[in-house]
Design a binder for this molecule. Structure first.
Ligand SMILES: Nc1ncnc2c1ncn2[C@@H]1O[C@H](COP(=O)(O)OP(=O)(O)OP(=O)(O)O)[C@@H](O)[C@H]1O
Ligand SMILES: [Mg+2]
Length: 351
């Protein structure tokens, strides 16, 4: 027993596969299921932090906890959603790789810090947004984590990334974190494209029930939500991606509770109702990007909306108002199914 709550690292060695989108939405959905959640943004890009409208990035955050410069409480940021707190990314995280390399037991820094500072005081469950690399920061995330969720686009180049990711997970399991389980593979940005459908079928055949039954479809609402600094599960809980993240979270909870105790949660219907309630209150909940045209109407509506400041614990200082942040959807890749099939044996060994 570590005294740590279940910690889900959202990781794929590959970039642009919706790690951040998934981490942010699953964290919000876990809160909608009634849990106390801390989302740790360990990516210097700060997209998960900005995705909650926290921009510019705060002066202190996950880096300071990771390097032992701060406790958790002074750098936690309240989000607008009850139960969900953010350990934000800061620009300093860029330096963490080199600095950690100089430390003894460098992979244990985060785990030790989360234990020492009592993460369980604020979190029934924590979610980590990992950077798209296999460096020291990711090693820390996967050493602190009890489970890893792997978002993967069903594009033809996915397989190599997945094999690297499995290798890293296996290596960490065998060395520093025998308790690390695989919480599953989540297909993201799925489309009706026939090549992608083939890849998705092959992945399901290869990885079996490790692949979540529901994928997250490519949905323009995700980009809209990102620009607005709101999780798509809140902006559009009944839409394609938004609803799928709520369903995915229910499935994640089911899998987590197989290995780790969690407090009782509400059911999916109640969680969806909570997300709809947050959606209805968005004008009041949104950290408004000042001057953004899209939010003119929202800003006006906010004047009439009830305040919800009571959701923000006094001791947590709010970040500055948000600015819009960059969207951008990677293009689809060309066919490469043969590699997936050829690597299948290796993956089976790793599982
Ligand atoms: N379901 C979706 N539909 C449409 N666009 C999406 C979807 N999921 C994510 N995106 C967009 O794809 C881009 C990449 O997503 P995201 O930043 O979550 O990936 P990532 O794996 O965290 O990237 P990185 O490796 O750079 O950290 C973002 O612009 C995001 O808004
Ligand atoms: Mg990311």
């Amino acid at each position: 027993m570590t005294g740590l709550p279940p910690i889900v690292a959202v990781f794929n060695h590959k970039g642009g596969v919706a790690k951040t989108t998934s981490a942010a939405n699953i964290a919000a959905c876990l809160a909608a299921f009634g849990l106390r959640v801390v989302l740790l943004d360990l990516d210097a890009q700060g997209n998960a932090t900005a995705g909650f409208g926290v921009l510019p990035l705060p002066p202190a955050g996950a880096y300071d906890v990771l390097l032992g410069l701060s406790g958790i409480e002074p750098v936690l940021v309240a989000t607008s959603y009850p139960g969900l707190l953010l350990l934000p990314a800061t620009a300093d995280l860029r330096m963490a790789e080199l600095q950690l390399a100089a430390e003894e037991h460098s992979h244990l820094q985060l785990r030790n810090a989360l234990e020492r500072h009592g993460l369980a005081q604020w979190a029934d469950v924590a979610v980590i947004d990992c950077p798209p690399s296999l460096g020291m920061v990711t090693a820390n995330a996967l050493t602190a984590a009890s489970a890893v969720l792997i978002p993967a686009r069903p594009d033809p180049f996915t397989h190599e990334g997945l094999v690297n990711t499995w290798h890293e997970i296996r290596r960490l399991r065998e060395t520093v974190n025998p308790g690390l389980s695989v919480a599953g593979i989540l297909l993201t940005m799925t489309t009706d494209d026939s090549t992608e459908a083939d890849v998705a079928r092959t992945m399901r055949a290869e990885f079996g029930e490790n692949v979540y039954p529901t994928g997250i479809e490519a949905d323009p609402k995700v980009v809209e939500a990102t620009q607005l600094g709101v999780p798509v599960a809140v902006l559009d809980p009944d839409g394609g991606a938004g609803h799928a993240y709520a369903v995915t979270t229910a499935e994640l909870l089911r899998r987590l509770t197989r290995t780790q105790p969690l407090p009782e949660t509400t059911g999916l219907d109640a969680a969806l109702n909570t997300l709809r309630d947050w959606r209805a209150r968005l004008p009041a909940l949104q950290r408004l990007p000042t001057g953004a045209e899209a939010w003119t109407a929202v800003a006006q509506a906010q004047d009439d909306a009830e305040p919800h400041g009571d959701w923000t614990p006094d001791r947590l200082s709010g970040p500055p108002a948000a600015a819009a942040f960059r969207p951008g959807m990677p293009g689809l890749a060309a066919a490469f199914l043969a590699g997936m099939l050829a690597g299948g044996v290796l993956v089976r060994v790793l599982l």
